[in-house]
Write a protein that binds this ligand. Structure first.
Ligand SMILES: Cc1cc2nc3c(=O)[nH]c(=O)nc-3n(C[C@H](O)[C@H](O)[C@H](O)COP(=O)(O)O)c2cc1C
Length: 186
């Protein structure tokens, strides 16, 4: 059957709901971002696409640093709030408590189980959005969310963003880098 065409949209089936932390004029600000992923392994890098109008962008330009914070499902209301309200209109520094790690200028949301400290490696002007590629300087994980030395997705309970809604991570389907060994040509 022929596929339906929906136009040249920046479609992605699922995305993580994250909080980008940046100090703007010396004060912590958190904004919700879903357009984010891993960019490089060595050196470790992540990236996030931010509309040029975001208050957060001002802070990243000021300091050359930002954080990606992983909220858990229990923080869905605060997470959505940070995506509805701009720090330019309302002070969001109290939505999460802030701590500072190695970079000193990238606020880390204490209540989020995972915080990723980033130093800006490059920003790519894509048009409406700047793609910030950040070199990961440190990853902070709540000890209660660790299993066998690694963050445990069931314990972190990250928020999945899709179709303008929030979801939990679903059931385990199969093991990656392993399921394919069962492949048989049709
Ligand atoms: C679920 C969700 C995902 C979002 N993802 C992004 C994103 O990836 N990039 C972006 O620029 N804005 C994104 N936004 C919009 C910003 O979070 C929103 O404009 C916010 O108020 C900006 O805050 P700031 O002005 O304090 O930086 C998202 C909002 C929501 C609710």
């Amino acid at each position: 059957m022929e596929k339906v065409t929906i136009g040249p949209l920046p479609y992605m089936s699922v995305m993580p709901a994250l909080l980008v932390g940046a100090n703007v004029e010396g004060k912590a600000n958190y904004m919700t971002a879903a357009w984010a992923t891993v960019a490089c392994m060595a050196p470790p890098m992540v990236c996030v696409a931010l509309n040029k109008s975001r208050f957060t962008v001002q802070g990243i330009k000021e300091n050359g640093t930002f954080s990606l914070n992983v909220p858990s499902c229990s923080q869905v209301v605060a997470t959505d709030h940070c995506g509805l309200v701009s720090g330019a209109q309302e002070d969001k520094s109290g939505v999460f408590r802030s701590s500072y790690g190695k970079l000193k200028t990238a606020p880390l949301a204490v209540e989020c189980p995972v915080n990723i400290e980033c130093r800006v490696f490059q920003s790519v002007d894509c048009g409406s959005h700047l793609l910030y590629v950040g070199e990961v300087v440190e990853v902070h994980v709540d000890p209660s969310c660790m299993t066998g030395g690694s963050p445990d997705v069931e314990k972190v309970s990250p928020i999945v963003y899709a179709q303008h809604a929030y979801f939990e991570v679903g059931m385990l389907l199969d093991k990656a880098f392993s399921a394919g060994k069962k492949y048989q040509p049709a």
